[in-house]
Design a binder for this molecule. Sequence first.
Ligand code: DPP
Ligand code: ZN
Length: 863
Amino acid sequence: DGFIHLADYRPPAWRIPSAELQFELGPDATEVTARLALSPDPAQPGEALELDGEELELLAIALDGQPLPPERYDYDGRRLRVHGVAADCTLETRARIHPAANTRLEGLYRSGRLLLTQCEAEGFRRITFFADRPDVMPRWRIVLRADRAAYPVLLANGNPVSTRELGDGRHEATWENPHPTPAYLFAIAAGAMERVSSTLETMEGRRVELNIWAEPGDVARCAYALGAVERSLRWDERRFGRCYDLDVFNVVAAQDFTMGAMENKGLNIFNARYILADEATATDADFLAIESVVAHEYLHNWSGNRVTLRDWFQLSLKEGLTVFRDTEFSADLHSRALKRIEVVRLLRSRQFPEDAGALAHAVRPDRYREISNFYTMTIYEKGAEVIRVLHTLVGEAAFRAGMDRYFADNDGRAATLEDFLAAHAAASGRDLAQFARWYSQAGTPELHVTDAFDAATGDYTLTVTQNTPPTPGQPEKLPLLVPLRFALYDASGRAITAPPEADAVVHDGLAELTAPTHVLRWRGLGARPLPAFNQGFAAPVKLHFDYTVDQLARLARLERDPFNRWDLLQRLATDALLGAAHAEAATAALGDALADLLADASADPAFVAECLALPDFDTLAEALPEVDVDTLVARREELLDRLAEEQVEGLQARYDALADAARGGLGGEAMSARALRNACLAWLTRLDPEAKLAQAQFDAATTMTERLAALRCLLHFQAPGADAALQAFRDAHAQDPLVTDKWIGLVATRPDPEALDEVQALMATPWWKPANPNRVRALLGSFARSNPLGFHRRDGAGYRFVAGQVVALDAINPQVAARLLGGFESWRRWASPRRELAREALASLEGKLASPDGRDLLQRLLG
Ligand code: DPP
Ligand code: ZN
C-alpha cells in the first residue's frame, strides 16, 4: 500500500559523522562530489550500506580512495547500494545534476539568476548520495566553485572559512557548519546578490553578522526583514534564553519558492514575498506576515535545528512548537488579542475543516505515503494549539522550565514527541499521558455544555460532555485532557469568583476535563448566573452552549477578555446566518453591538475592524452538516448589505475620522486606523454603486494597504472605474511579480461564477507562469480556496477546471499541485449536485497524476 509506519522506525544502520561536499556550479549542469565518513551502528552489525539518491547521474564512486568496480555497487535511480563493507570507511561519489531543468524546486534549482536549494523534506537526495533522513546528522564542510561574473556571491550553511580565485574566471568559497545537522537543513545559494546587514552581540557575547540577500534591484526592500531578524534574535534570548550559535546568519530572498521559507542552518532561504517590503508595494498585513515568518524561521534554529527530529512523524515537534513560539513573539511585540483572533480565524476556517474532511490526520500521524503532504494546518496550527494547551495547563514558569529541560536534554540530538513530553513532565511534575492523546487523535473535539438552576436551593450546575467525531481510520476516540476556562456573571454583571464543586481539577477559573462528562456545581446563588467559556480560546475545540440572543449580547459587553468579546460577536453573526429560529434577533443584536463599537472612539480601531469581519464562508460551512453553497453565500451577502445600510453613518464617520491617523507610516496606530478604514470602505461600497469613495481612495492612496483595499472594492463590486483602475495598477507594477500576484489574486476571487472565465483568460497571457509557485497560488490557489462562487459553480466547471490544472501542475511541481488538490478536502459535505460533480472531477484524475504527492492525496480524497 506504499505506507511508511511510525512503528517501523529503526535507527540508521550507518552513521555519517562528517560530510564534505564540493560543488562545481552551473545552471545547466552542476557536479557534486561528496566525501562521507561512514560508520556502522555497532548495535546493527552486518547491515548493508544503502544511500538515497534520486535522479542522479553517477560519474564516479570510490571507497577509501579506491575506485569501486561495478560489481561492488548498484544504483537504480533511487537507492545506491555498496556491497561488502562492514567497517568505518570513506565513500566518495561524484554526480551530475541539472538545476535549470528542475521545475519541482526540490534539491538544487535555478530561480531567476540565482542557484538555490530546498531540501526539506527529502530534496537532499536530489543533490547527492546520502542517508536522507533527519536522524543522520554530520558536521559539514561545503566547498562551492562557480564562475565569478555570474555567481559572485557563494553562500552555504555555517560559518565562512575561506575564499580564493581559481584563475579561470572561477572562484571558490568554503563554509563549515560545526553543528550536527541533518541533510534537510542543508542549503547553498549562489548568484549576483546584494545585501543589507547589521551586526549585533548575543547575550553570550558572540558577535553575529546578520545579512539579508536579494537580487540587486530588490535589496532596497529588505530593511524591514532585517529588523525582524534582530527582534527575533533578541526575543528568543529574553523569552526562552536561547542564543544564536554561528558567526553569521544569512537570509536569501527567492522569487521561485514552493514553501513560505526554510530554516536551513545559518542560511535561511525565503520566498521573496516574506522578505521584500516597502509601503508602496506591501500591505500592513504583508509586513506583519514577514515579521512572523522571519521569526518562525529564526526560532527554528533551536526548535528544529539544534534539537531536530528523529523521523518525519515528529514533524509537529518542530513545526507546532515553532508556530507556538512565533505567535508568542508576535503577541509579545504587538497586540496579544489581535494575534489570537488572527490565529483562531485561521484555525476555524482552515484547520477545523481539514480535521473534519477526507484528509484529516493526527498531529503525529502514524503512517504516511508522502511526507510532503503533511505540511498541513494540522501539523502546524493544531500542533501549536496543543502546545498552547500544555502551556495553559502548567503555566508560564513550568512551561519555560520544561522547554529549558527539553533543549538541554536533546541538544544536538534527533528527538521525538516522547522526549518533549518527558522534559515537560519532569519539569512540571505532571503526568502527561492523557494530554498526549492530542497528538494521536485526529478530529476537532466538541464540548457540549448545558446548565441547570434550582431556584429553591440556589444550586447552579454546568454539565460538560466531550466527544471527538470519527475521522478516516479512527472510528473511536478517547476523552482528551481539555483545559476549559469559564466565568460566571451575576445579575449585576459581576464575575462570581467562588470556585465550583467539581468532579474535575479546577483552578483559577479553569477546569481540567478528563472524562466524557463533568459536572461543575455552585451552591446558594441568588439567581441564575450567565456563564462564559473558553476565554482566549485556551482549548482548540468547538464549544456548544445554547445561549439566547440576549445572553450573547449581554456577555459581549461583560466579558473582559477581548478575544471572547470578538468571539461572541462572531457567534451572533453565525446565529444570524445559520440559526433559523432567532436569526432576526441575532441580526438586530449584532447591529446594536457594531453600532456601539463604531461609536466608541476609545476602542482599538483594529479590534473594531476584526469585529466587522464576519465569519468567512469556510468557517460557516464547517458548522453545517451539509453545505448549500448558493444559500450560504447569498445569506452572508444579504446580512452584510443590511448591516451596511443600518450602520452607514457610523461607518462613514469612522472612515472620515481616521483619515489623519491612517497617514502615519508603519506605527501600530496608523496600521490600526488603516485596518478599520478599509473595513468601513468595503461595507460602504455596498451602498455606493458608483464606488466613489473607493475610487477616491484608490486615486489618493499613498500606501499599498490603502490602494489594494480600494482596488478590491472596485473590482469585486464591479464599479465603473474598475477596469481603468486595474490597468493603472497593473502597469504601475508590471515589473514586480509580488505586486502582480496581488491584482491577480483579486481577479481570481471576484465573487461571481464568471470569475472562472477571467481566470482562464489570464492563463492565455504572459502573466501566467505555471512554474512560479506564487503565481499559481495567486491565480489558482485563491480561486479554489477563496472564491466559493467561482470554484463551486453550479455547472461543475470550477471543479473540472481546477482538476485539469492539477494534472498540468503535477508534471511541473507536485507539491504545488497537491496543495491545489487539497481544495477538495470537504467535498463529501457539499450538497447535491456539487458532491457528485466534485466526485466526477476527482475521479477523472485517476491514472493521470504521476507524482507520489498527487497520487497519495487523490487516494485519500476518494478513500
Ligand atoms: N520551511 C517550512 C517551515 O519553516 C518547513 N520547515 O515551516
Ligand atoms: Zn516551520
